[in-house]
Design a protein around this ligand. Structure first.
Ligand code: IMP
Length: 210
C-alpha cells in the first residue's frame, strides 16, 4: 500500500489500533502503530476535565515524538472516556485509572442497587494533517449491564450495552458490529468523510484545508 495512504496512530492500545485499522482499511487508508521504545514508552496525559483538551495535548506531544512523518498522511491520537449518568459523568476523564484500579467488577459493584445505569462512551480523535490539527468526536449512549459478558474488545466493553443494539455488550460483538454503534466508529466515520470530501484518500494526497 502507498505510504501516503498511511496514518501513524500514536497509541499503545492494541484494541483501539485494531478498530481503527478495520474501520479505515475498506477506504484505502492503512493505519500503522507508532513503535514506542524504552526511551518513549507512552504519552503522558494531562489532567483535564475535558477530553478534547486531553486529545489536543496528546496530539502536540505525539507530533513532537514522531519527528518525521513525511511518508504518512497524518499522525493520529485518540482519547476516550466512560461517563456514568448516575455519578454526573464520573469516571469520564479518569476512566483509565478507574478501570485499572476497580475494573469492570468494581463498576458493577458500585452500581449494585442503582437504578440509573445509563452511560456514555465519548472519544476525540486528533489528527495532524498538512500542518493542521483536526479533531473528530464520537459518542455512544448505552446502559451498564448487570454482569460482565463477552470476550471481545477491551476495557469496559464487557459491561456496556449500546442503545439501538440487540442487548449484547460490546464484548459480545465483533469489531465491525461494535463500530456501527461505538464512539470510535462514529469519530472514525467523520475522519473518513473528511478525507473523502477533500479527495485525500485513497489515491491522492493533494487535498488541503480550506
Ligand atoms: P483512554 O484514556 O482513551 O485510553 O481510555 C480511557 C479508558 O476507557 C481506558 O480504560 C480504556 O480501556 C477505556 N476505553 C476506551 N475506549 C473504549 C472502548 O471502546 N471500549 C471499552 N473501553 C474503552
Amino acid at each position: 500500500m502507498d505510504k501516503k495512504t498511511t496514518i501513524l496512530f500514536v497509541t499503545s492500545n492494541l484494541g483501539k489500533l485494531s478498530e481503527a485499522k478495520i474501520a479505515l482499511k475498506p477506504f484505502g487508508i492503512n493505519v500503522e502503530a507508532f513503535q514506542f521504545n524504552e526511551e518513549i514508552s507512552e504519552i503522558q496525559e494531562i489532567q483535564s476535565s475535558n477530553l478534547h483538551f486531553v486529545a489536543a495535548d496528546k496530539l502536540t506531544k505525539a507530533v513532537s515524538i514522531v519527528k518525521d512523518s513525511s511518508d504518512k498522511i497524518g499522525v493520529m491520537v485518540e482519547d476516550a472516556g466512560f461517563f456514568l449518568e448516575e455519578f454526573n459523568g464520573f469516571p469520564g476523564v479518569y476512566s483509565a485509572y478507574v478501570h485499572k484500579t476497580l475494573g469492570n467488577q468494581g463498576i458493577l459493584r458500585t452500581l449494585n442497587g442503582v437504578e440509573n445505569r445509563s452511560a456514555i462512551f465519548r472519544c476525540v480523535i486528533g489528527i495532524y494533517l498538512n500542518g493542521k490539527e483536526i479533531f473528530f468526536e464520537g459518542l455512544c449512549n448505552g446502559q451498564v449491564s448487570k454482569k460482565a459478558t463477552g470476550k471481545n474488545g477491551f476495557g469496559y466493553d464487557p459491561i456496556f450495552i449500546p442503545d439501538g443494539g440487540d442487548g449484547r455488550t460490546f464484548a459480545e460483538m465483533n469489531s465491525e458490529e461494535k463500530q456501527i454503534f461505538s464512539h470510535r466508529g462514529k469519530a472514525l466515520k467523520k475522519l473518513r468523510d473528511y478525507f473523502e470530501e477533500r479527495n485525500q484518500s485513497p489515491t491522492s494526497n493533494h487535498g488541503s484545508e480550506s
